[in-house]
Write a protein that binds this ligand. Sequence first.
Ligand code: PMP
Length: 295
Amino acid sequence: FDDRDGWIWMDGAMVPWRDAKLHVLSHALHYASAVFEGERCYGGHIFKLREHTERLIASAKILGFDLPWSAEEIDAACNATLAANNLTDAYLRPIAWRGPEEMGVAAKHTKVHMAIACWEWGAYFGVEQRMAGVRLSMAPWKRPHPDTAPTASKAAGLYMIGTLSKHAAMDAGYDDALMLDWKGDVAEATGANVFLVIDGEIHTPKPDNFLDGITRRTVMGLARTRQMKVVERIIPESDLARATEVFLCGTAAEVTPVREIAGRTYTPGEITRTLMTDYSALVHMSPDDVAKRAA
Ligand code: PMP
C-alpha cells in the first residue's frame, strides 16, 4: 500500500505518498505508542469529523501524550488531505505516534508526530445485496479488563488481538470474529460494534472494555428517533441464542447484517434493514441538511 501516487499530510506538510516514511527506531513501532482514527468522507463531507478528531486527541491523552495540533487544525488538515488527493468519497486514516527521539520503555522525551492518509472508498454493495449478511466466528482472544489495557483509547496496541482474531476467522472461512470480554460477555467484532435484536428490542453491550463507536452512538440515536427501544447492558454469550437479528456497525462497516455466528444462523430482518437505510441516508446528508433536520 506504500508504493502509489498521492499525498499524505505529515507533521504539517503534504508529502508524496511514497516518501511518507518514518525511522525504524520510532517508539511507536517498538512499544505501540500510537493512536489512530478511521473516518469516511461522503460527497465531500467527512461524517462526524469533529467527533473523530476529539476521540483522537482523547486516545492520545489516555496513552499519556498531547497532540501538537488543535482540533481545528486537525479538522483542516483532514480536509486539506482530501483536497490534495482530489477525493470526495474516501476513507481517512489520521494517526499520531511517538517518534525515534528516545529508545526504551520510557518515552517522555519523544516528539509526537502525526500523519493523515486517505484513499478512495466509494461504491459499496447496495442494501439488498448486503442484507445477505456476513458470517462471524468466535474469536480466540478476549477483550481485556479495562485495568489491564487502556481499552477506551483507539490505540494501535489493542489491535494485536483484533488482527489475530480476524486471521483466525478468515482461516476458518468466516468474514470476521465476534470477541467476548475477559469475563465471557459479548464485546464487539474486530473493527465494529455489535447489536442484537431480542424480543423486538435492540440490545448492545455497554462499552466498558471496547471502543464506544461513533457509528454505534449514531445508530442508537437513529433507532430512538424511530421509537425503537435500545438497551445498553452486559450481554452474556448465551443471549446470542435469543437474538433474532444481529448486525455490526462502524465507520467502515456502516450497518452490516450478520447471518451466522459460529454455526448459529440469523435472518437479517426489518430492524436491520431500517437502520441500514437510515444510516446511509444520514451519512449522505450535507452538514447543512443535518442542521436543518435537527432544527
Ligand atoms: N470497535 C473497533 C475495534 C473498531 O476498530 C471500530 C472502528 N473504528 C469500531 C469499534 C467502531 O467505531 P466507529 O463507529 O467510531 O468507527
